[in-house]
Design a protein. Sequence first.
Length: 404
Amino acid sequence: MKKTIIIGAGPAGLMAAEVLLSGGMQVDIYDAMPSAGRKFLLAGKSGLNITHSEPYEKFISRYGEAAEWLKPYLDDFPPSALRAWTEELGIKTFVGSSGKIFPAGMNAVPMLQEWLERLNEQGAKFHFRHRWLGWNEKNALHFETAEGEILTEADAVILALGGGSRPKTGSNAAWIPILEERGISVAPLKASNCGFDIQWSEHLKTRFAGSPIKSVSLSFGAQKKRGEFVLTENGIEGSLIYTFSAALRDEIEKSGSAIIQLDLMPDWSSERLLKALSKESGSRSLSNHLKKQTGLAGAKANLIWEVLSGNARNDERELAKTIKALPLTLLTPRPLDEAISSAGGIKLDDLDQALMFKKMPGVFCAGEMLDWEAPTGGYLLTACFATGKAAGRGAFAWLQRRNS
Ligand SMILES: Cc1cc2nc3c(=O)[nH]c(=O)nc-3n(C[C@H](O)[C@H](O)[C@H](O)COP(=O)(O)OP(=O)(O)OC[C@H]3O[C@@H](n4cnc5c(N)ncnc54)[C@H](O)[C@@H]3O)c2cc1C
């Protein structure tokens, strides 16, 4: 029987394994870590948003420049199919208020357990604590294990080694030099869905780091979105920031910084705000006046004091203007280690339609190690599952061709 080796037991690698096992192939899955799906489990800690229910064309557009390239794979395993597949595993799914789709319980543990059980029943052989080091001169796969280094061979290989964020989960991008040595082009990995550094005052840092900023609108360029984020010691992070992170990162690369504008009171018109702020404050302090007239206090109010100083604070027009368009200068993206995901990766031109390396017949690739990026919202996992499925199908067809 033809044998496939999959390296990387994350969502992409496991999905590729499922396709091959369903076709009756022998599949050996190797991973450097002691167990499977560590990043998937980490994703579960913040809710595990597996996909999104928005109209499909809009869904596809979230992949930006890579949308056209990814479309055939997503067409083949769209959000509806991913949802049905999850339910088939025995895990109910639901659509959250924002249209995001989650497994019941918003927990990755039962989903991964069910999936691994099914793969084991189908005959998958797992080899944990096997760190892939590359190929030897005879093209055998080279692994480091606790018992020493081993060499092994397969009829097809699928690499699903992940991106470069959160390296403690196992995805440390050590594959980059290995593949570059084989002539594969890799776009440099960059932080995606990441926080950004802002030069806060000591006061804001010590008093408000960790505070959520809810129900605000963020504008950058032509884009405007409502949501929430968190103040950190170094700057800002959270879902609203991640939505803009690719554009912000690119702007910082181009211009050295990026300025966003926050509307702290998106439900109030500027006129209503000015009218409220123009009311007599009596003996009240400015902070108390602001709180009484607008409800703004705590972290939100202190954001205003970060950007407005001296006399401008007592000018209700300036105050109203700042509340509706509070400028924040972002200096640098947080490091890749801390990001949710990475941009960059194996350049798509190096792969054929079946996700096989043009320069390495029989070697396929899937998941976050490919050169695409997407915001949070379930888009990352959907594309990992979809490309995992495509690489599994590609390897299956390749093995069948070699059989005949
Ligand atoms: C905090 C957090 C929250 C997230 N939340 C969501 C979410 O809600 N929704 C969403 O869509 N996405 C989310 N993501 C992103 C999502 O988890 C990843 O995009 C996805 O796991 C990538 O899948 P993958 O199979 O390509 O790679 P990974 O899941 O990274 O798996 C790669 C595997 O390869 C193994 N490996 C790497 N190098 C080697 C080597 N040399 N030898 C052997 N094995 C190796 C690793 O140990 C790992 O098991 C989140 C990520 C993080 C960090």
